[in-house]
Design a protein around this ligand. Structure first.
Ligand code: SUG
Length: 460
């Protein structure tokens, strides 16, 4: 049996909100302070997962991280009971409070960089959790992402899970959102394209917006994963594109197996040329550039066309799962229709992930691609696979526990923390990971556990 590319979607957390925390991310800045709807966001995410699964693509999910990370607030000097910590932080450091509540882990494309076993020195699947040091609210994802990956891929012979790179700006690593793998089929050895915004050159041109991914990080990940140097290409993002809102490469380029669709102004000219040359000489590689006359970089960012999920289906068919915003934009729609006419794409589906889009995350941001061979599929933790049964349980769980409106004012409410603790504890048995959320076992939860145990003992 062939290796298959799985889609691991981040399950949107119950604290999804719009806090304007992400520099260079235009949608997030525009929606800062708007009320969010965590329930709708999670249901939209789940519906996308089910849709993709129904296309015949293997689908799994990454459980949400525990929020709020009160341990971060105590680490930063806030003291007292939960209510005091929340109200003091809301007054003295509102940005910090919003950060420890952020559901940004939902954009699983930033969780890690992945290299399939075929391409590595020891025939293991390699995963390096991203350090996400460009933003505090994202940097606090790393530890739990690693724990999740270890829980899911728990077999040293098949999986190598690395530590994140050093937590300093020179090693800024945003994971798979800046990485593309080209291969004739999932089983064959791939070529890896690492995209970075800043290199370790002495003279760095200043940018309006921050360049998040550093070359030093990309090179280190490829070394750690044991990818042969001749199978790697390092491309530098165009600073002008970053300034227009291309904060990750997956906002301006997309690929799967032997197909790549990329904007003609994604990279600095010499690297764009290098990519073209590689495309011209690589047998079977289908490379399509979208010129600015077809769609400007600004419109690419506004519609997130390149953040569609490009999926290789059975029978050599390519499907595009695009954000609904593309259907409503004449230019983006025309590009997609042309790609269908040209035979590049065989089917197109427009999906509504609007709650995520408003924070700068489209269909591709919401998922991490992991190529697994049959032995690895067999070995991974089954509780995270999306089946009809888990879909129903997750939908029910979201409907029961998620609020349909969240604003900054809600974040100082200790009742919300109690509510969230109940939600996280109820998720553990659904994913089959007992004790996944120790922080949710606050005083209230411990009392309930004790009462439940006493109840069981009485019945015995
Ligand atoms: O890092 N937004 C995320 C969006 C990440 C999208 N991922 C990919 N392109 N792969 C970010 O900018 C917004 C949070 C806020 O402002 O509340 C945020 O973190």
């Amino acid at each position: 049996m062939q290796a298959r590319e799985w889609q691991f979607d981040g399950l949107v957390g119950p604290t999804h909100n719009y806090a304007g925390l992400a520099m260079g991310n235009l949608a997030a800045a525009q929606n800062a302070g708007a009320p969010s709807n965590p329930r709708l966001a999670a249901l939209q995410g789940l519906q996308k997962m089910r849709f993709v699964r129904n296309l015949g693509v293997p689908q799994a999910f990454l459980p949400p991280h525990y929020r709020p990370r009160l341990s971060e607030l105590t680490r930063l000097g806030f003291t007292g009971d939960v209510a005091t910590i929340l109200s003091t932080a809301a007054k003295e450091a509102p940005g910090l409070l919003a950060s420890v509540y952020s559901s940004s882990f939902m954009w699983a494309a930033n969780a890690a960089t992945v290299t399939p076993a075929t391409d590595t020195h020891n025939n293991c699947l390699h995963l390096t959790p991203a350090n996400l040091v460009s933003h505090y609210h994202r940097s606090i994802e790393t530890e739990f992402s690693k724990k999740l990956l270890q829980n899911i891929f728990h077999n040293d012979k098949l999986f190598s899970i690395h530590n994140a790179l050093p937590s300093t700006d020179e090693f800024g690593d945003e994971g798979a959102a800046n990485h593309m793998r080209i291969c004739s089929e999932n089983n064959s050895i791939g070529t890896h394209i690492f995209v970075y915004g800043k290199s370790h050159e002495k003279t760095i041109k200043s940018l309006l917006m921050p360049a998040r991914q550093k070359l030093l990080a990309s090179e280190s990940v490829s070394r750690l994963h044991g990818i042969k140097r001749e199978h790697c290409l390092y491309l530098k993002q165009s600073p002008a594109a970053i300034d227009q809102g291309v904060f990750h490469n997956d906002v301006i380029a997309m690929n799967t197996t032997n197909l790549m669709i990329v904007h003609a102004e994604a990279f600095v000219p010499e690297h764009q040329e290098e990519l073209r040359k590689m495309a011209a000489t690589r047998p079977g590689f289908l490379y399509r550039e979208i010129r600015s006359q077809e769609l400007s970089v600004a419109d690419a960012v506004a519609t997130y066309l390149f953040n569609s999920q490009l999926l290789a289906l059975e029978g050599g068919r390519y499907a595009l799962v695009a954000p609904a915003e593309c259907a409503q934009h004449a230019g983006a729609r025309a590009v997609i229709e042309r790609l269908v006419e040209e035979g590049v794409l065989h089917e197109v589906h427009y999906l509504d992930v609007r709650e995520s889009m408003r924070n700068g995350g489209g269909p591709a941001c919401l998922r991490l691609r992991i190529v697994l061979n049959p032995e690895q599929e067999e070995a991974m933790h089954p509780g995270v696979i999306l089946t009809d049964e888990t879909y129903d349980l997750l939908e029910q769980w979201v409907t029961t526990h998620y609020r349909d409106r969240l604003t900054f004012d809600d974040l100082r409410d200790p009742q919300l923390v109690e509510e969230l603790n109940r939600a996280y504890l109820a998720l553990e048995p659904i994913v089959g990971m007992a004790g996944l959320y120790p922080d949710a076992r606050g005083t209230g939860a411990r009392a309930r556990d004790a009462a439940a145990t006493a109840g069981q003992n009485n019945r015995l």
